[in-house]
Write a protein that binds this ligand. Sequence first.
Ligand code: AQP
Length: 321
Amino acid sequence: MTRLSAITPSGHVQLGNYLGAVRRWATQGTEQDVYFISDLHGMTTPHNPQRLRSLTREQLAVLLAAGVEPRSVFVQSDLVRELGALTWVLECTCTYGEAARMIQFREKAAGQSSVRLGLLTYPVLMAADILLQGADEVPVGEDQAQHVELARALARRFNGTYGEVFVVPNPVTPPSAARVRDLSDPSRKMAKSAEDSAGVVFVLDPPELVERKVRRAVTDNLGQLRYAPQTQPGLANLLEILAACTGKAPAELADSVGSYAELKNAVAEAVVEELRPIRAATMALLDDPAELDRIRAAGAVRARERSQHRLAAALRLSGIG
Ligand code: AQP
């Protein structure tokens, strides 16, 4: 069984990406699973080429440093030729109406005077990512479920029209994971591309900076230490982060600390300790470009091998190549 997940280099990896996804990929992933840095998806909105390249490298290093199986990881653009070919075939399998109906496209395009065509067609590229690798399962949140439905529809349509090539993927809800909120504004989720990074803990932030960001986290003035996400979202976020780092329940942790300041100290310490080995291993990999390149190239070879028979069959059956 192959599960497929990705991370987009739209910014530095943040604590939410790590606690909510990457850590699980490292601890629960199998060799059959596929994890990739979706740098092609990072081009659908205005981007800086140098920054995209360096974030891609950095994210690859973070995934490996976190312990994701190196044989499962690759960089999406290392398969740009294969993905480009399959995306075209799938674009000619998809209707304009289907693409234009995607909620995420409508949300991201709303109010923009100029929208990249890639923003419209990116769900078809995502379908190519999924179908090329033969993924059975795609763990996604609600925001991406519609895209996996599109991939299912395209796989079925292609198979029905030209011949059986693609595994029809299933969207699955990821096992309940921490949903980390922005420390400065707990009404928002923590995001790597947030405009203001004061409330975003990055995996590579030095310990002093992590401590400072946690100490400045917005809480409330109720002075009551309890786990109440609706009425005390800032405090609840800190308790959830501490819970994700310690394996204890947030409510239990609320009972065990004496003050907001004590809680912040405990959170800062737990996060610093959780991230310390990953930060060190990431730095070591970034300091050894030859080793990182070697792992990257091997990942690309494996991803290509896993997919080449499907691409060849899709091209042949659709009458090209
Ligand atoms: N705050 C979060 N808490 C828990 N999980 C999170 N993820 C993202 N933010 C949080 C999970 O991280 C994985 C990779 O994310 P992505 O790169 O696919 O895109 P995203 O969800 O849009 O991540 P960001 O950080 O919010 O990026 P931007 O700012 O570009 O939108 C996914 O599994 C995601 O659920």
